[in-house]
Ligand binder design. Structure first.
Ligand code: M6R
Length: 369
């Protein structure tokens, strides 16, 4: 049942190109227009929406953080994202013009379920992005967009995350389509490039041997930091979460711009720091800023593990280890940038002798609040 792999996690990482392709399947028409037929909220209702609120936990929350960038950029609708466990306890402002998006692989996460119940009580419409047919969260929502990742067995979420991203991009683009915002050539280009994602993820998977080797060499490190900016920031958080839950290591993700506000004090000789570098084409200013961050931490002794787009030469001189990912539009980069971090955590944990499918103290589906 593990399909020849030692662990479900390895199998699920390898299944990502197919999971992404299956989630896109049938949703982009030949004319580049999107059809999302399971979305049972009318276009008229979607045109009324004046705020989007995303609730989710753990890895699904990181997908939600990335969705915020896409939604605000493509639709100009204000979007908030919050961990589901905090949501209902702060008396959030919701009404019938609020679209709440609840993201959950299992569809059974109690924190997320309670958040969506609260939202519906306040009159908000809830759209679930979920991987499990007929589970509680989609059953209690106004609409559902299923991710077609197939069953995810390993506790650490991998393929579900990439498909959550795809679903979030589709929802954002659909909102843009029905509202007529950003529905220009650039957006059409993005839809086409989204179609290349399965192939690009496969490309990344084929080049992972050096990442595995690096991970094994770091099995004795006591901490690893992750830095990113823009959508690379949630990717950094996701890389850190994977390492915490699998390798039981101190791992922390930061927005690179925050370094100087405190975390740079943590940098010491030999500390591994993973940096997710934004595309030099799409986000040139951020790219240059992060290159200076890399220089700063390297000057203080950090061992820099740099994830950068193919052809980004400016960053190469400051990378102790350089992991290349294919060029994508800025907002889509998480689809390829996350994969090396999953492989890294899985391999490092295995090298430490941990059971990666069943990390200690964790359950696949967290059905208590
Ligand atoms: O089933 P859900 O997507 O609602 O689960 C949410 C989190 O519990 C889950 O993503 C968790 O953080 C994973 N173990 C992370 O790998």
């Amino acid at each position: 049942e593990k399909g020849g792999y030692d662990y479900f996690m390895l199998k699920e990482i390898a299944e990502q190109p197919k999971a992404v392709a299956d989630t896109l399947l049938g949703r982009i028409g030949a004319d580049g227009q999107l059809t999302l037929d399971e979305l049972r909220i009318s276009d008229a209702q979607l045109r009324q929406v004046d705020k989007v609120v995303i609730v989710a936990c753990g890895t699904a929350f990181h997908a939600g953080m990335i969705a915020k960038y896409a939604i605000e950029h493509w639709t100009r609708i204000p979007c908030e994202v919050e961990v589901a466990s905090e949501f209902r306890y702060r008396d959030p402002i919701l009404d019938d013009r609020t679209l709440v998006i609840a993201i959950s692989q299992s569809g059974e996460t109690m924190d997320t379920l309670m958040a969506l119940r609260h939202a519906r009580e306040q009159g908000a419409k809830v759209l679930a992005i979920c991987n499990t047919n007929g589970s509680t969260i989609p059953r209690e929502s106004d609409a559902v967009l299923y991710t077609h990742a197939g069953p995810e067995v390993a506790v650490a979420s991998t393929k579900a995350f990439l498909t959550q991203l795809v679903a979030c991009y589709l929802v954002s683009l659909y909102l843009g389509q029905v509202r007529g915002t950003k529905w220009d050539r650039e957006t059409f280009g993005v839809i086409e490039l989204l179609g290349h994602a399965p192939h690009q993820v496969e490309q990344v998977l084929r080049t992972m041997e050096p990442v595995r080797e690096l991970a094994r060499s770091l099995a004795d490190a006591h901490a690893v930091l992750f830095l990113g900016r823009h959508v690379g920031y949630p990717v950094a958080l996701e890389g850190a979460l994977k390492l915490k839950e699998l390798a039981y290591m101190h791992a922390e993700g930061f927005a690179a711009g925050e370094l100087k506000h405190g975390p740079i004090a943590l940098i010491e000789h030999g500390l591994p720091v993973v940096i997710v570098v934004p595309s030099p084409r799409g986000r040139a200013v951020l790219h240059d800023k992060i290159v200076s961050n890399i220089q700063e931490i390297r000057a203080r002794g950090a061992r820099t593990i740099v994830i950068a787009e193919e052809g980004d030469e400016a960053v190469a001189p400051y990378a102790d280890h350089l992991i290349r990912i294919p060029a994508t539009p800025a907002l889509l980069q998480p689809l390829v940038a996350t994969v090396p971090l999953q492989v890294f955590a899985c391999e490092l944990a295995t090298a430490k002798g941990h059971e990666v499918d069943q990390p200690r103290n964790l359950a696949k589906s967290v059905t208590v609040e």
